[in-house]
Design a protein around this ligand. Sequence first.
Ligand code: SF4
Length: 457
Amino acid sequence: MLLRHTPKEITERTALMINPAKTCQPIGAMYAALGIKGCLPHSHGSQGCCAYHRSTLTRHYKEPISAATSSFTEGASVFGGQANLLQAIDNIFTVYEPDVIAVHTTCLSETIGDDLPQIFDKAVKEKKVPEGKTLIGAPTPSYVGSHVTGFSNMVKAMAALAAPGGKKNGKINIIPGWVEPSDMEEIKKIAAMLGVSINMFPDTSGVLNGPLTGEYKMFPDAGANIADIKDSGNSIGTLALGEWCSADAARLLDTKCKVPCSILDMPFGLKATDRFVDALRIVAGTSVPEEIMVERGKLVDMISDMHQYFYGKKVALVGDPDQVIAMTEFLVSIDMCPIHIVTGTPGKRFEERIREITAAMNCKVNVRAKSDMFLLHQWIKNEPVDIIIGNTYCKYIARDEDLPYVRWGFPILDRQGHQHFPTVGYRGGLRLLEQILGVLLDRKDRDDPESKFELVL
Ligand code: SF4
């Protein structure tokens, strides 16, 4: 009973969060920056912020996360961090030789009012940025938004590097949103199966799920190439996966470089993957190959084989908006009933989308954006569910309420596998179903009386 003090009675709260279903903006910015090849993320704030962001990413991805910090002390906190950042840029390019430094701010530097573009201009004028090297920056004040906002802001900063007027490159930009490195691999694989030439950024595959080779490399040979990111303004179209994570960058490419964009849901589950594959097919003017149809068929087969175990099961779901919207659609499509749904990220459209998707379920659905795990737990106490799906923090609720539990989303601090096994696409759908089925059938085996304890399910 770790959360024994969570009461069943719900009191409306306006100025208090308890166990928020989100983390801070710079973590998202740091994750996005790691998806650029040869990039060192830089945290413009105190050492404590940077240490927290690095450790959270390290614990989730099980990889060491390199990042630099402006190391604010009392002086910088009062007079501003310009001198610290200028010194840092000089030191980093001299000592570590990255191709790119991606600077994000923190609560402290935003409150002081440090102006990144002005400091970058000064760094260039003072010749602290070597020829051919790139500086990008994103504002990430953590007292607004969430880690998703920070991710989006850094991806938008990448898109801002694109310049209009070059020769069309025939590629499609894919902005994958905050998904696992394994998901990014899967998205690239689907595009390759369709024969579509893509320009994907950010791309953390191979960066945060690379092999152990015995050889240390400060910058892995993976990630989105900065030259390709700059060339994204010459692509024939952009597919942005997720309104919260990717739409701002795609719209910037549209307005600045006239690259038309489509904002899609993240390709979790059957329908969202269908739409993604269809969008790729249409933009590229190609047809869907047999191997993709086979993958789709396997997912449909598993759904129909095991439907009896999914049907009518009540689900509590928590996570980031783009992921949760697609997951909710997937669960509804297999006749599960997501009835308690929470995200910590703000955005009114989230609740509207969830209500649209769940309208056909014909039952009451609790949904809240900018909310917390405490409310989710209270909802569960008032109307119990059969399974909970969400990040590692759900383990407390799952333990207290004795619920089957699938770890999915960010962060997952106590299990392995998410960096290596995709949950996007048709193959990812198989993985999700296997995980959901596994915990549901384990529970059935545990609870069935001996007269109903079956060898074959
Ligand atoms: S919430 Fe603000 S102060 Fe706290 S770690 Fe994040 S950026 Fe730093």
